[in-house]
Design a binder for this molecule. Structure first.
Ligand SMILES: [Zn+2]
Ligand SMILES: [Zn+2]
Length: 376
């Protein structure tokens, strides 16, 4: 089976994944005997990553050799032997010769994202033409919002690989950038949410044409508003989907740290990407509050998700989406009700009509009306 990463990157990743998934499930009850086991796993996998010229056994064989070495090293500790017995199952799953866990996770998240769109009445095309690939990094990626995390992901148009030289089968590529020799529990815990953001906001962005515009880091709609939607989809997805761990809160807490970090502009200046993401997120949050508290619609989550998916799948331009998000952020004020713009009533009435079944275009026309009123 071909894996996204070649052997000297793939093996450190999956072996560390097995360890951190195991630890994530047991963290509160693991004895001190776990420490030397973790150090040895980190040491051995780092060596593998740093010596790509040394031939690798299969992942399954590598895991078995490693467990045998660990058993020999820890022969005198019953606690350590118990840990190794329990770890074996995780190692076994993550080194399944029929399954690349990284590819499987990407596929599962994409499937969950498509499913969420369909459940809210927005059907993406059956084939998004998505190529999935991974880039191994020697150093962690530079996140402005989440410095401890050693994985990042992005969607870009087209396909940089040989598969498309004659076939053009891929309209877009999801690239997972990961530092295999630094893959730790913080990174594993954040990974599903990071992929949800890419799939819910970017992979499923319309229009589904080669001419689709790629939003930048500063996009209020793609990076802020749609991140609210990505978080909702992530949270409503049963974490048993992620087969290789874990207790109920492991991915939830890891995802939350990354999610909240993305919308925390405290240390940034007014026009930074972080501030734009925060404003876009606040726009979605304002609409949610309006639906829930002012309009008292039956299911504000479902209404806002339907709106977000319809809008993201539509052929509206990137600029119009960002402008509209800016308007929802600055007009529907819940932080300072006395600063609410007088044209808020126009938006609230349009949201009421949307919740009652009106088309997206009706809401966007109301936004346009407000935009003209706000022009100096
Ligand atoms: Zn391709
Ligand atoms: Zn993004």
């Amino acid at each position: 089976m071909k894996t996204l990463l070649e052997a000297h990157a793939h093996i450190p990743l999956v072996v560390r994944w097995a360890w951190h998934a195991f630890k994530g499930e047991r963290s509160l009850s693991l004895p001190s005997a776990a420490k030397p086991i973790e150090s040895y796993i980190h040491y051995v996998t780092e060596e593998t990553w740093e010596h790509p010229e040394t031939p690798c056994p299969t992942p399954r064989q590598y895991a078995e050799d490693l467990l045998r070495d660990l058993t020999d090293r820890e022969a005198r500790s019953p606690q350590a032997r118990k840990i190794l017995d329990d770890l074996r199952g995780y190692m076994h799953k993550l080194t399944d010769p029929e399954c690349d866990p990284l590819l499987a996770l990407c596929d599962e998240v994409l499937g969950a994202a498509k499913n969420a769109y369909s459940m809210h009445g927005v059907d993406p095309p059956s084939d998004l033409g998505l190529n999935i690939r991974a880039l191994p990094l020697a150093e962690p990626p530079t996140h402005c919002f989440f410095p401890d995390c050693c994985v990042d992901a992005e969607i870009s148009p087209g396909c940089p690989e040989a598969c498309c030289r004659s076939t053009s089968q891929h309209a877009q590529t999801l690239t997972v950038k990961v530092a295999p020799a630094m893959f730790d529990s913080v990174t594993l815990a954040a990974l599903p949410y990071i992929l949800f953001h890419e799939c819910v906001s970017h992979a499923l962005q319309g229009p589904y044409l080669p001419s689709r515009e790629v939003p930048g880091n500063y996009s209020l709609f793609a990076e802020g508003w749609m991140d609210w939607a990505a978080w909702e989809v992530f949270q409503s997805t049963n974490t048993t989907l992620f087969r290789y761990a874990s207790n109920g809160t492991f991915y939830e807490l890891g995802g939350r740290t990354a999610y909240e970090g993305r919308h925390n502009p405290k240390v940034k200046h007014r026009l930074s990407a972080a501030q734009q993401r925060a404003d876009g997120w606040e726009a979605a949050f304002n609409v949610f509050k309006c639906l829930q508290q002012e309009l008292r619609v039956g299911n504000p989550h479902a209404t806002l998700l339907r709106l977000s998916f319809l809008w993201n799948a539509s052929d509206t331009s990137r600029t119009s989406r960002d402008t509209a998000a800016y308007i929802f952020c600055s007009v529907l004020r819940y932080d300072k009700a006395d600063r609410r713009h007088r044209s808020a009533e126009i938006l609230i009435a349009a949201l009421k009509r949307f919740a009652d079944g009106a088309e997206l275009d009706d809401l966007l026309a109301a936004v346009e009306e407000v935009r003209r009123l706000m022009l100096p």
